[in-house]
Design a protein around this ligand. Structure first.
Ligand SMILES: [Mg+2]
Length: 289
């Protein structure tokens, strides 16, 4: 891949010294929008068959199956690609309704905008790498970040119409994966060309994530922020991938600012998470290993 294709080297800032890659769902946002869609609605009372169908199936197959799916991926029993497609296929709601529902309900990490405005002033590009779908992510960011949301690059999956159907009809859409990998979107494919740049041209690379869709990216960057108490921490501990913990974007902001200002190094920060895990501060009660 030529450096011309590495968008974050030239946009929105030329020759950045740092690039921040980040997961979207549960990392920039408080809720996972995909989980949110598949969560079973529990509205008691009578309803006709169509409504019942919509509320039990239509927003997906429910929390228990979703959690089992995530566990199977962590335990290598099923690929993320297959598990996630099953989750998305369980949603029959027309796609525009899904987007609208998520825009109305998904909340941003309360400190993300503060970090993001600081990053713009300090020429640090933000690249969202997501297993989610582009129209969902774009609509949520436009709504919650505002006018500067268009300075965030998004690399993710798409939503397309099923054969013979329209995307805005019942059961009319499906996920279209970014690549052929078992992840559907292998986030490392986007990061690695930056990581392989020669010294002098290569920016320092950060990544923030929380879950199973981040496994492919976890070992690619110089400093990995893993969300306290989430699956990604468990994975990092199992695989001995260095990481630092974050609870929200105020901790990320503080750490990145310390690095940019030379108060700490990426190397020192990268081993903090392991130390915190050992001291029982990773939110896992030591159950990961
Ligand atoms: Mg996530």
């Amino acid at each position: 891949m030529s450096t011309d294709e590495l968008k974050a080297l030239s946009w929105p800032f030329p020759n950045p010294k740092y690039i921040f890659f980040t997961d979207f769902d549960g990392t920039i946002t408080l809720q996972d929008s995909n989980d949110y869609m598949v969560r079973k609605f529990q509205k008691p009372g009578s309803m006709d068959e169509v409504d019942r169908q919509r509320q039990t199936d239509n927003l997906g197959f429910g929390g228990e199956k979703r959690r089992q799916g995530n566990k199977d991926v962590l335990d290598n029993k099923e690929s993320f690609r297959d598990s996630f497609r099953k989750m998305m296929d369980s949603i029959k709601t027309p796609f525009p309704e899904c987007v609208e529902y998520l825009v109305q309900n998904i909340q941003l990490d309360p400190h993300f905008n503060e970090y993001f405005q600081w990053s713009l002033k300090n020429n640090i590009p933000t690249v969202v790498l997501s297993g989610g779908m582009y129209p969902v992510i774009r609509a949520i960011l436009d709504n919650l970040v505002g006018k500067d949301a268009d300075k965030i690059e998004i690399v993710c999956n798409e939503a397309i119409a099923r054969e013979g159907k329209k995307i805005d009809e019942e059961g009319g859409w499906q996920i279209k994966y970014h690549d052929e990998s078992g992840f559907g979107h292998d986030k490392s494919l986007t990061i690695r060309p930056y990581a392989n740049l020669p010294a002098g041209k290569r920016p320092t690379l950060f990544y923030a994530g929380d879950g199973v869709s981040d496994l492919s990216a976890a070992s690619e960057t110089d400093l990995l922020f893993a969300k306290k108490g989430r699956d990604l921490v468990e994975y990092c501990v199992k695989k001995d991938v260095p990481f630092t913990l974050f609870e929200d974007w105020s901790s990320i902001h503080q750490k990145v600012q310390e690095i940019v200002e030379g108060q700490t190094t990426v190397k020192d920060a990268a081993h903090e998470g392991w130390e915190m895990y050992k001291n029982g501060q990773a939110g896992l009660n030591g159950k990961a290993k």
